[in-house]
Design a protein. Structure first.
Length: 209
């Protein structure tokens, strides 16, 4: 409501900061602050709605509204410009033991899925540079034969559109796999409880083939 009243034509985050600045300079009379706030909320939920065109003709603030005067009320608040997500790809290694246990590794604190448990994953690169066969050849598990699954898992992050290509291997004796710091075997159901959404989808893909 106040963004339109003052015709603040900025992305919403910056517009709200401007509203706060103006509000500090214009305090309501003592005793009506609560009523004023409630009235503004009612106005915003009925006539001056954020989505769709506001009903300016029925608004009691119409004569005082700068956005209505300019004819720009329906364009405000202005949405922030969204950055196009980078199209990336990575390889996810699903290594499972005979009882369905899954090898998980704690992700580094910084970066994608920071600090979370996940199946081992290669560093995401642009899809044009992605070479799954080369990544499998470079993997440290020399004695494990991985089977590539036909369809990647897609997951959208704030700034990345990621294709996770899942490869699967079943190992008969998990104790033979040398674990690095931050790695451990998890029972399948327990693994699902700690995995982020991307990795749950990758685990489901590995299970379905």
């Amino acid at each position: 409501v106040l963004i339109r009243l003052h015709a603040i034509d900025r992305p919403r985050r910056h517009a709200i900061a401007e509203v706060r600045r103006r509000s500090r300079a214009c305090r309501p009379p003592s005793g009506i602050a609560g009523d004023l706030a409630e009235a503004l909320m009612d106005l915003g939920s009925s006539l001056c709605t954020a989505r769709g065109r506001p009903d300016c003709s029925a608004c009691p603030l119409h004569q005082h509204c700068e956005a209505a005067r300019r004819g720009t009320a329906g364009q405000l608040p202005r949405r922030a410009e969204t950055r196009e997500r980078r199209k990336m790809a990575a390889l996810v290694f699903c290594i499972q033991g005979p009882a369905g246990e899954v090898l998980l590794a704690r992700r580094p604190a910084d970066g994608l899925l920071g600090g979370m448990w996940a199946m081992p994953m290669s560093t995401p690169v642009s899809r044009d540079e992605f070479d799954p066969d080369a990544l499998i050849r470079k993997a440290r598990w020399r004695s494990i034969v991985f089977a590539s699954l036909p369809r990647p898992v897609r997951h959208l992050f704030t700034h990345i559109d990621l294709q996770a290509h899942v490869v699967r291997a079943d190992v008969p004796c998990p104790a033979d796999i040398v674990l690095r710091e931050g790695e451990r075997w998890w029972p399948a159901e327990a693994a699902r409880d700690v995995l982020p959404a991307l990795m749950r989808k990758a685990l489901d893909r590995a299970g379905s083939g």
